[in-house]
Design a protein around this ligand. Sequence first.
Ligand SMILES: Nc1ncnc2c1ncn2[C@@H]1O[C@H](COP(=O)(O)OP(=O)(O)OP(=O)(O)O)[C@@H](O)[C@H]1O
Length: 392
Amino acid sequence: MANEFWIAGAGSGKTHKIIQDAIEVIEAGGRVLVVTYTTSNQAELRSRFVEVYGKSSDDFVVKGLFSFYLEDLVRPYQNVVFPERIATTAFTEHNPHLRPGTKNWFPNRGEKIGDALNPLHFLTSCKTKAYTGLLAKLATRIATKSKNAPAKRLKDIYQRVFFDEVQDLVGWDYDVIKALSKVMPDSICCVGDFRQTIYTTTFGHKAPETPVQKIECFQGLKFEQRSLPKNRRCIQEICDLSDTIHPGLYQKTLSEVENVPDEVAHHYGAFVIKPSQVSDYLAMFKPQVLRWSSSMGKGYLPPSLSCHTFGSSKGLGFDRVLIVSPEKHLKYLGGDDKVFDKDKTEESRNKLYVAITRARYSLAFVVEDELIDKMQLPLWDGDPPEVLRGAD
Ligand SMILES: Nc1ncnc2c1ncn2[C@@H]1O[C@H](COP(=O)(O)OP(=O)(O)OP(=O)(O)O)[C@@H](O)[C@H]1O
């Protein structure tokens, strides 16, 4: 079996596949590593594993991308480049070598000093913390200087390595995958969905950056491309709404969910509600609230309510979802298909897709009164369903 690259839509069973494959490897006496970017997805993978396997296992190892780079690819062989132990990472959203707001570099931050690597390029001034945005580059340099020793070590420890949310990887991350795949030609599985690209692991513009470049990269590395054709989480009505977010780019999503369970059948589909209806809606249906940012919805959401941001909801699924979106998203849903045209990245569009596809059976958007008439989704009628009236 060659290395694999699974690219499939939301709810299609990518996590399910990782868990099933992992259990197969573990039951045959092997060990599995799953690398993923977000902490919420790390927690989801661990809990889904326990749900299916019945218990946790030391042979099912889940790591964040930067911990993986540091612990498995950098630290074990770091002495080929830097003698002092790299203790931890320093998170870098932007290039740490540029003077803020300019394109000018601080002095002495170039990659090399003569033939040697410059610690100040990869590490903070104390030389014990590695910049996260340059960890993949450092791992690549260490792989070259150590004759790919980290990949060989990894192969000895793990029979199968999964990279989940592979859409978020860019640039040097792919050099890492290239180095690993030279030593592990049949035990790497990369899984992702380009419609859910909402993060990027580093700054800069090193290729591959676009979905097309990334697919070409996997093809160049001879990964076998696979897909999962159906959505197994969301009912068809929610799949149809999710399909409107990237018009013309993907095939129609078909739902594999045939029945709405009795306990939620009194309310399903996609709706809009007014801010004044939020408290009744929360009381009646107990949806999981997803909001663009943690500062949104404060005027009508109870302060103690546990909410996810769109970003932290990635990888998760809920029977019912209530979405607090920025006006831009609501305008899009109201038929203004130009709202994303000037965006420099796909983040906003993709976050809307992620939020919609978390819902299994019902979702509702909170829409301010002045926009509500423009919405194409039905306004929730506010009536308690029969089944809930009976419970009063
Ligand atoms: N082969 C399968 N058989 C039965 N149930 C499945 C199968 N694949 C997925 N499911 C169920 O469908 C739902 C969605 O699957 P999963 O979470 O694995 O999708 P995903 O592709 O990882 O989603 P996302 O990218 O949106 O996070 C889950 O409830 C899962 O248990």
